[in-house]
Design a protein around this ligand. Structure first.
Ligand code: FRU
Length: 458
């Protein structure tokens, strides 16, 4: 059994995927999530619910949304939340399977991956987000603009002009992804506004998130069928400018939301001028002998810097820090009490650098910087112990822009580590499964360099 992460949300038991309905409501942050209460595999989708006052210590709540009508009879898929007049509104995708089969865990799933009907449903909570009343029939029935099957995951927001807008992930004949935009004044009745499509990123798009940040329009989405076979599911961002008259999104820059292929379906929300994102850390199977499957990333604050979408742990994490180590050396050897720590250092762009996070003999999560290629490599293959990460993603190469020096922050949380280069210009999350805590850190430079480590308190 792996040691559970402390600050990365995990369910007590069973399967989770996408974060849903992220928001701040009634004095608390809310994290809803795709949840199967019946097993450690995908299926029977409900919205699980946790809340927090600091985005780090999550309190579990009963299931918030379950399937119970002809439009969502086989599952409540992903969606988003928004507060209006003191009440919490959500939009989600309900699904109805055409034919049902039992999978190897005895969980009912759709017999044909293309055999279901989605519906975009509105619901409202009058008890602070614990339960929801659905508005039926669905707010947006399957219409002529949408693909009959692969249209889902409404992300809703309030525009500067004061009306509400939502975006859906869609496909054009299962050949290329598209976004559908709808508008509403009351969150209940919606009208179609426009579409944006591109042949560049796979055959269909899931969990789109569209927002304005630092003077740009940013799209985060999870394309299906983009990229090489072994990592065909990943989350991308595009930065540019949207013409809201023509729905022509002129993007200038693209990138991975995170360099590791564990992250999928990230969602963001705006609270007090911070754009905060949480992503699903995909686990295909549980850790050996464990009974939960899937984690969430740390809550990260987003910004656009140097043309990149940056993400960095929310400042609240710094309040958990307890000073442990601070020195300027060529080689640092640090032993922490437990593998829950926060490390900051910097390395020169033209010198080699390495960092080893170790536990039991030969179990090391390795970080290496090659000054000739300017590539940072994070290799988790020695700390998996039978746990299968996403195929092909156990040694991750991160090309860094040429710079005199780079900052590096590592947040280690027992069975997951998150790496942030240059305050989030590049990030990499890694699920790991060491047999003993990775509580020893060795950092090697070619010249004396400062390194600081804080323990993270429970
Ligand atoms: C993404 C996704 C969504 C869907 C949900 C179902 O991981 O496939 O598109 O709403 O998961 O659980």
């Amino acid at each position: 059994m792996a040691i559970r992460p402390q600050y990365h949300f995990t369910p007590k038991k069973n399967w989770i995927n996408d974060p849903n309905g992220l928001c701040f409501h009634n004095g608390r942050y809310h994290l809803y999530y795709q949840y199967n209460p019946f097993g450690v595999c995908w299926g029977c989708m409900h919205w699980g619910h946790a809340s927090s006052t600091n985005l780090l210590d999550w309190e579990d709540h009963p299931i918030a949304l379950a399937y119970d009508n002809e439009f969502d009879k086989d599952g409540c898929f992903s969606g988003s939340a928004i507060e209006k007049d003191g009440l919490l509104h959500i939009m989600y995708t309900g699904v109805k399977y055409h034919n049902v089969k039992l999978n190897e865990h005895n969980i009912p799933v759709q017999a044909d991956p293309n055999g279901f009907t989605p519906a975009q449903i509105h619901a409202v909570s009058k008890d602070g987000g614990l339960t929801f009343e659905k508005t039926l029939p669905p707010a947006i029935p399957v219409d002529k603009h949408a693909h009959p099957v692969h249209v889902r995951d409404p992300k809703v927001w309030k525009t500067k002009e004061g009306f509400y807008r939502l975006v859906l992930g869609n496909t054009e004949n299962q050949r290329q992804g598209s976004l559908l935009f709808y508008r509403s004044d009351d969150l209940i009745s919606w009208t179609y506004e426009g579409k944006w499509t591109s042949p560049d990123f796979g055959w269909g798009w899931e969990c789109p998130d569209f927002f304005e940040l630092d003077g740009y329009d940013v799209l985060i989405f999870s394309p299906m069928g983009a990229g090489p076979e072994e990592c065909s599911n990943l989350s991308l961002y595009l930065i540019g400018h949207m013409d809201w008259e023509t729905f022509d999104f002129r993007w200038e820059k693209k990138g991975f939301v995170d360099e590791c292929f564990d992250i999928y379906a990230p969602q963001s929300f705006l609270h007090e001028n911070r754009r905060i994102m949480i992503g699903w850390l995909r686990m295909l199977t549980p850790f050996p002998n464990d009974d939960f499957c899937g984690m969430m990333t740390l809550a990260r604050e987003l910004s656009v810097r140097e043309g990149f979408l940056c993400s960095y742990p929310v400042a609240e994490l710094e309040q958990k820090r307890v000073s442990l180590y601070q020195k300027k050396e060529t080689t640092h050897s640090i032993t922490t009490k437990s593998a829950c720590y926060d490390l900051e250092t910097e390395f020169s762009g033209d010198k080699p650098f390495s960092c080893q996070l170790s536990g039991a003999k030969n179990e090391t999560l390795k970080v290496d910087y090659n000054e000739k290629t300017s590539v940072l490599t994070i290799d988790r293959s020695g700390v998996l112990n039978g746990y299968q990460g996403m195929v092909g993603a156990n040694s991750i190469r991160i090309p860094l822009p040429r710079k005199q020096s780079h900052q590096l922050r590592i947040v280690m949380d027992h069975s997951v580590a998150e790496f942030f280069v240059d305050k989030g210009l590049r990030t990499c999350s890694c699920i790991i499964n060491p047999s003993q805590e990775l509580a020893t850190v060795k950092v090697e430079f070619t010249a004396p360099t400062p390194c600081t480590v804080w323990g993270l308190t429970p």
